[in-house]
Design a protein around this ligand. Structure first.
Ligand SMILES: Nc1ncnc2c1ncn2[C@@H]1O[C@H](COP(=O)(O)OP(=O)(O)OP(=O)(O)O)[C@@H](O)[C@H]1O
Ligand SMILES: [Mg+2]
Ligand SMILES: [Mg+2]
Length: 745
């Protein structure tokens, strides 16, 4: 008998039962182990000659859609594995530790990936041109890298390209330029939590800038834009038509970064002229592809096929190699395990201190492997919040936590709020996306100050809470819809009509000390002992520690009566109950009353197209094309058309909101076959419900994984998600996971 575990993971040594159980129970892991199977790797590397690898990559580039699985060509069907493992139903289900197993699989996958990356690099090493030795690093060095990343579809190859570039910067005399390079790569100018550092200039302004800078008429530019659909290409073409009188000093990365920052920060009356002036100054010096990427950066959509997740991996690798060279360890040969460890340290550090300036600075000072001990929680810097996985039934929850201590909490339906009290008494509130919401919730700032003054022993504090609309008269929670009517900008404490109450469910730091690595049981105790609630303003989340269906069912019903969405079920004790920043963890499960019938959760999807309404809906859009977001490629993959669940007023409002965002052409980063009547800029996110998910010939969610897209059946609109940007829409990976879970059941 062949064991599927040992087949796929010769270095994992899973028992037969374990491997069958693994397969039968958790199809989401299937994803990981198909991608990381040792065999697939062997096959990939059995293509020995570099030419063959090149031709594979050429072949991949010639397809519009390519996938990682093309590099890992082993695709095993469920049936073939079932056949090898025998009857899956004979399992003894009790002894398997799934989260441990998942960790092992992820570790193994990372190791395989690290090996591939190192191997790949040794083949392509000479591809990256050497950074010229000069006073400063030119912008063209960076745009050359952007161009290569844009052209190359394979993620591993892109990782190799980027990390090689990072390494060259580390080896130069301009190490600090690395921070600017990273921010330019992720199309930001500083950390998420700093206001006003975002680009995203409108088309009109950019067209005007190109017109003034190149002497072409705005009409000509606009008509070319409609043909090409890419402001970057238009700028590049306009530049190349211009005769260059004399050669000006080339742009440096530092100049571009500084000018972009000035542009992002400039506001007020004369700001438009100032912005155009700065853009022109740069544009006239642009050569080659510089104008293209400069314009795209200004527009806020760089499209280089390289997400933030990849930046962290490339960065760890560059540091690993740099440190090896410095210490002369084995003459620069990094081992896959070292790479995986460095990656882990970097991700951990970043999830607690999401600030590249600090991360790069500390890595230069203390070494990449020591990053995690030097970059830990600080009041005033929002950490990436821990997220939950969906479940469909109480029995699924019980199965999952079998034999372990867990707890149920009310799942409040409002907005996540991370609350910080700093040493000097300053109070800050951050959103799920690390945005500073302090100005939006002046009333909460007062409440937190009050809490602080009541708790004498508390100097600094970070709490994880949900902020919910509150009926002060009746002392009751109000629905999310009421919360969403609150003003989001320029809020005056006196004008606030919708009151809110904070429900605290976790404490992450107290008096300068990080509590992340304490069990939830202890964190909860510390929270209750050190912080005092204020009725109707700041309360602790309702919790119950039970372990049988009847009691949990009762608590679930009660939560819904109390205007909550359902329950959050969390590991209570042991290592697995530690707080895991930025992770969508199996140690937090959400159980939502309304969604138990469907896939277990609602989805949040970006609106990318519209269908003109007929009959009663004439004059408005009657339906919309929705898409999920692929975090690896930065593309929007369409996944359904929706026309149900809207009131007439809603359709009217939506039409008014969306009309100004109509674009003549779909964005190049939309993946679609559907043909809506109009296309939109991605600006809005709908929360939707679905009966189930199915493979589709038309829709494209998760297409890189299955070769076919997943789509939603009978989608139904629930609400607009103002707190999520389109890039925070449900990811392709999440949809793939939901589909697999459902397909297996
Ligand atoms: N007791 C609780 N513990 C943890 N989170 C809670 C609790 N009560 C409410 N929440 C909220 O529930 C959220 C998770 O579920 P929800 O489905 O609302 O997520 P979401 O915002 O749609 O994001 P996603 O679907 O990406 O997880 C948390 O981010 C938090 O804002
Ligand atoms: Mg929510
Ligand atoms: Mg959700």
């Amino acid at each position: 008998m062949i064991h599927c575990g040992s087949l796929l993971f010769p270095n994992l040594h899973l028992s037969r039962n374990l491997s069958r159980k693994l397969f039968s129970r958790s199809v989401s892991y299937y994803n990981s182990f198909i991608m990381s199977g040792q065999q697939s790797l062997n096959r990939f590397f059995s293509v020995k000659k570099p030419e063959s690898v090149n031709s594979t990559s050429k072949k991949l580039m010639s397809h519009k859609r390519t996938s990682e699985t093309d590099y890992f060509p082993l695709k095993r069907t469920k049936n073939s594995i079932t056949a090898e493992c025998g009857d899956l139903n004979l399992l003894d289900s009790k002894k398997v530790d799934y989260s441990e197993l998942e960790n092992k699989i992820v570790d193994s996958k990372n190791l395989v990936e690290a090996e591939s990356l190192l191997e790949l690099e040794s083949r392509y090493h000479s591809d990256t041109p050497v950074l010229p030795q000069s006073q400063e690093i030119f912008y063209s060095s960076l745009t050359n890298i952007f161009e290569r990343l844009e052209q190359e579809p394979a993620r591993l190859k892109n990782l190799a390209i980027a990390s090689e570039f990072f390494l060259q910067i580390l080896q130069s005399n301009h190490k600090r330029t690395l921070v600017e390079v990273i921010y330019l790569m992720i199309n930001r100018l500083g950390p998420d939590y700093e206001l006003d550092l975002e680009l995203g200039l409108g088309e009109t302004l950019l067209v005007k800038a190109i017109a003034e800078g190149t002497g072409r008429t705005p009409q000509k530019i606009r008509s070319e834009l409609h043909k090409l659909g890419d402001i970057g290409l238009v700028a590049q073409n306009s530049r190349s038509r211009q005769p260059t009188m004399f050669k000006s000093k080339p742009l440096t990365i530092h100049t571009v970064f500084e000018n972009l920052t000035k542009i992002a920060k400039s506001s007020g009356n004369a700001s438009q002229a100032r912005k155009i002036g700065l853009i022109n100054q740069m544009l006239t010096t642009c050569e080659g592809t510089e104008a293209k990427f400069l314009m795209r950066s200004l527009e806020g959509k760089l499209r280089i096929n390289f997400g933030e997740k990849s930046v962290l991996v490339a960065l760890s690798k560059a540091f690993c190699e740099y440190e090896h060279e410095l210490s002369d360890k084995n003459k620069g040969h990094v081992s896959p395990q070292e790479l995986v460890d460095a990656e882990e340290a970097t991700k951990k550090a970043f999830s607690q201190i999401p600030n590249y300036e600090i991360i790069v600075g500390e890595a230069l000072k203390y070494g990449i492997s020591n990053l995690a001990t030097h970059c830990t929680l600080k009041p005033g810097i929002p950490l990436k919040p821990m997220l939950a996985k969906p479940t469909k039934s109480i029995t699924e929850v019980l199965d999952h936590f079998h034999g372990q201590e867990f707890t149920c909490e009310y799942k409040y339906d409002g907005e996540r709020a991370q609350l910080h009290v700093q040493q000097d008494g300053t109070v800050k509130i951050y959103s799920r996306n690390s945005e500073d919401m302090s100005q939006r919730y002046p009333d909460l700032i007062d409440v937190v100050s009050q809490i602080k003054s009541q708790c004498s022993g508390v100097s600094t504090l970070i709490l994880d809470c949900e902020c919910v609309a509150w009926d002060s008269e009746k002392g009751k929670i109000l629905p999310f819809q009421v919360l969403s009517t609150r003003k989001r900008k320029d809020v005056n404490a006196e004008d606030i009509k919708v009151q809110v109450c904070l429900f605290a469910f976790d404490i992450l730091l107290l008096n300068g000390e990080s509590l992340l690595e304490l069990p939830l049981k202890e964190r909860r105790k510390i929270l209750h002992e050190n912080v005092r609630p204020i009725e109707g303003k700041f309360q602790f989340a309702e919790a119950m520690d039970a372990d049988n269906v009847a009691e949990i069912q009762h608590f679930l019903d009660q939560s819904v009566k109390d205007s909550c969405e359902g329950l959050m079920v969390k590991m209570l004790d042991g290592d697995k109950s530690h707080y895991e920043p930025s992770k969508r963890s199996v140690n937090w499960l959400k159980l939502k009353k309304d969604y138990l019938e469907g896939v277990g959760d609602s989805l949040d999807l970006a609106v990318v197209g519209g269908y003109i309404g007929k009959g009663k809906r004439t004059g408005w859009y009657g339906g919309f094309l929705l898409a999920c977001y692929n975090e690896d490629s930065g593309e929007y993959e369409t996944c359904c058309k929706i026309g149900t669940g809207f009131s007439e007023e809603m359709l009217q409002t939506l039409s008014a909101t969306l009309k100004p965002t109509v674009i003549k052409q779909p964005k190049p980063f939309y993946v679609y076959d559907a043909s809506p009547d109009v296309w939109f800029e991605p600006t809005l996110v709908f929360e939707v419900l679905t009966a189930d998910l199915s493979l589709s010939p038309v829709y494209k969610a998760g297409i890189n994984f299955f070769g076919k897209g997943v789509s939603l059946r009978f989608p139904r609109f629930i609400r607009i998600r103002n707190d999520k940007s389109p890039e925070q829409a449900t990811s392709s990976d999440q949809i793939v996971e939901l589909y697999q879970k459902q397909a297996h059941v």
